[in-house]
Design a protein around this ligand. Sequence first.
Ligand SMILES: CC(=O)SCCNC(=O)CCNC(=O)[C@H](O)C(C)(C)COP(=O)(O)OP(=O)(O)OC[C@H]1O[C@@H](n2cnc3c(N)ncnc32)[C@H](O)[C@@H]1OP(=O)(O)O
Ligand SMILES: CC(=O)C(=O)O
Length: 528
Amino acid sequence: MQEVRIYDTTLRDGTQAEDFSLSLEDKIRIALKLDDLGIHYVEGGWPGSNPKDVGFFEEIRKYELKQTQIAAFGATHHPKKTAEADENLRALLAAKTPVVTLFGKSWTIHVREALHTTLNHNLQLIHDSLAYLRPHVKTLFYDAEHFFDGFKEEPEYALSTLAKALEAGAECLILCDTNGGNLPTTIREIMQSVRERFPSAPLGIHVHNDGDLAVANSITAVEMGAVQVQGTINGVGERCGNANLCSIIPNLCLKMNIPCLSSENLKKLRSISRFVLELANIPPSRYQPYVGRSAFAHKGGVHISAVEKNPLTYEHISPELVGNRRRILVSDLSGRATIKRKAEDYGLHLDKSDPVAMQVLEELKDLENQGFQFEAAEASFELLVNRAMGKSKRYFELVGFRVIDQKMDEHNEPVAEATILVKVGGHMEHTAALGLGPVNALDNALRKALEKFYPELKDMELSDYKVRVLPGKEGTAARVRVLIESHDTSDHWGTVGVSHDIIEASWQALVDSINYKMYKSEKHHRKS
Ligand SMILES: CC(=O)SCCNC(=O)CCNC(=O)[C@H](O)C(C)(C)COP(=O)(O)OP(=O)(O)OC[C@H]1O[C@@H](n2cnc3c(N)ncnc32)[C@H](O)[C@@H]1OP(=O)(O)O
Ligand SMILES: CC(=O)C(=O)O
């Protein structure tokens, strides 16, 4: 079986992405996670570039890595210097890594216009730089920058750069689609020519995603015999990114039967994808294949009904294999199978043929038609199912509220104040509170009224509040949908409200949120 080694460049090429930067501490933490994941090589940075990368190589030496070898990255020596006098090459050696990866030019326009030198001199740069490093480095890789574009322009020249790299001791020739614009057919044809010229040289692949084909091109290269695949976690990288290892790795392991990671480690893929984004402060894309939140989320009623019978009907792999999970979404595209399944998730038994299932489905579709949306507001839906099954409890009743938003002059912010009258059991409770805006004032007043009866509300907070104007022609009289996300020490939940009146829509979502918290606490107490 073909052995493929994974080379991660999140810490180097990944950080060339716009808005993706990592501190030295972040880089160390990611390198340790990649080691834990079982990645074979981790490129830590370019030591000739900046002090952070130099610091990374100093720091990572203090750790005993289990599975990963750290690589330092750099260019062939400057055309106006010798290898011995080149600071970049010296910095590479000073990084003291087991692996050094050097990139050199393959494309004649790059040699002439970017390097400003002759084709022969470039061949010498490649040879001399690698030969200088060779005696001091355990493993030496050569990244042939722009190899595919260079080959298309002048095949013989591109091949001669590889010959120089091999002659100087490079152990793997990594063919790069640096501009990321080639098609899998081109990758296939050119790799075939390289293979014919260098039958026994180990080949690798490093591609960018400008044609949205980086994963396909990497897979094609493996089909053509590549034994090393370079890429980044979540595909971050220069311009449109690098080849996404979060897709390549499961494709290799699960579709091509090339076990580049153990199946135990494969289950960590989703969590490492999240971890890297979290450190870089980038929101995850829910639609990312394999690891995204929606990668195994089923919404269409037909899909859900079939997936309930056999997940293979609408899933290409089992989500647990990559540490993900199946999700069933409720919406106006649902059928009774969805209602049954959701009720089960909530610990309730509801047959598909039970008239209540039909009633919930009709209510759901009617509410969605009015503008409600339950995909991000499942707590509201759970309360709805409980109500329909006659299992809901009223924790309080509203007698009335009033919200005043008073702006005293042009220069000062308005002051919001809410008063509220609620009935809890036999007690009438009347409170008032100020807030940063009318919804906050209402929230404060309601909590003030309820907390003495339900102290557990103190550990609940609203974490997000979103208002969406629903399509229509009413201008400021349009209906709005309010989505509230709340959390306590153990959970997050979403609730929804819809009205022409933004305060009323917020009130509905707020009340659901508080009711859900109370209902959840009771459920918890019943269990324990
Ligand atoms: C395909 C890739 O992703 S390669 C990696 C790209 N990553 C980066 O560039 C990030 C790190 N880079 C840096 O920190 C800086 O660019 C440095 C420290 C490497 C160089 O900085 P400077 O010396 O100020 O040069 P500058 O960035 O302006 O230009 C790059 C120089 O490298 C030269 N160069 C580019 N590729 C090569 C190569 N393969 N071999 C030798 N020299 C090269 C260019 O010709 C240019 O030289 P010039 O200044 O004589 O024109
Ligand atoms: C080496 C590299 O990063 C590239 O060619 O894209």
